[in-house]
Design a protein around this ligand. Structure first.
Ligand SMILES: [Zn+2]
Length: 200
């Protein structure tokens, strides 16, 4: 196996384990959602989970290498959403991106199309925000099937202090420096959304 292939398989193994975790939470039902990790910054290359696979049953080979436009570099079929992963990685400097279709993100995106505000919650520390006295806005952007348009909306709406965006009627994108940090950010933001949904 070439070094590049080996590196891609390693990334695939990490993403398969992360996907199995999120699938076990019911966040990636019916093959929905996708995960990525940056394998090269210049030129930008990401390993992204392959399209149409059950996210609870991925193997290390169920991964596609894509460029900054989300196009496959070396064969395979990436999700159309790979382009948004690449855009997030380019825009934020993130090393890993998580996209899940959770009930709480869709429900809260519907209730607060202008953004969801959190404050005075210990869990805010998990995304690097103060636990007290500061309002933290999670942006909500309108959905689109055009990934360039969706990326433009994300770029315009994103809060540099919050490593996540809700896409209305669709789901949640969250990111971090590593797959582990992206996982923790996803879990924290989903927790915040579930709390908000439960309270009002
Ligand atoms: Zn999606």
């Amino acid at each position: 196996m070439s070094a590049a292939r080996e590196e891609l398989a390693e990334a695939g193994a990490v993403l398969a384990a992360e996907a199995a975790r999120f699938a076990s939470f019911g966040w990636m039902r019916g093959t929905s959602g996708n995960l990525s990790v940056v394998v090269s910054r210049d030129p930008l290359r990401l390993a992204v989970t392959a399209s149409g696979r059950d996210k609870g049953e991925l193997s290390a080979s169920d991964v596609v290498l894509v460029d900054a436009f989300g196009m496959a570099v070396d064969g395979g079929k990436p999700s159309a959403e790979a382009a948004l992963h690449a855009r997030v990685a380019a825009l934020t400097g993130a090393g890993a991106v998580v996209h899940v279709h959770t009930v709480a993100s869709v429900a809260m995106g519907r209730r607060r199309p202008g953004g969801i505000v959190f404050r005075d919650l210990e869990m805010l520390k998990g995304i690097g925000r103060p636990a007290h006295g500061v309002a933290v806005t999670l942006p909500v952007i309108a959905n689109s099937q055009d990934m360039t348009e969706l990326g433009d909306r994300l770029e315009a709406a994103r809060n540099p202090d919050v490593p996540a965006v809700v896409v209305a009627g669709h789901g949640l994108y969250a990111w971090g420096a590593t797959p582990l940090q992206a996982r923790h950010h996803t879990e924290i933001v989903e927790w915040l959304l579930e709390l908000e949904l439960t309270e009002r």
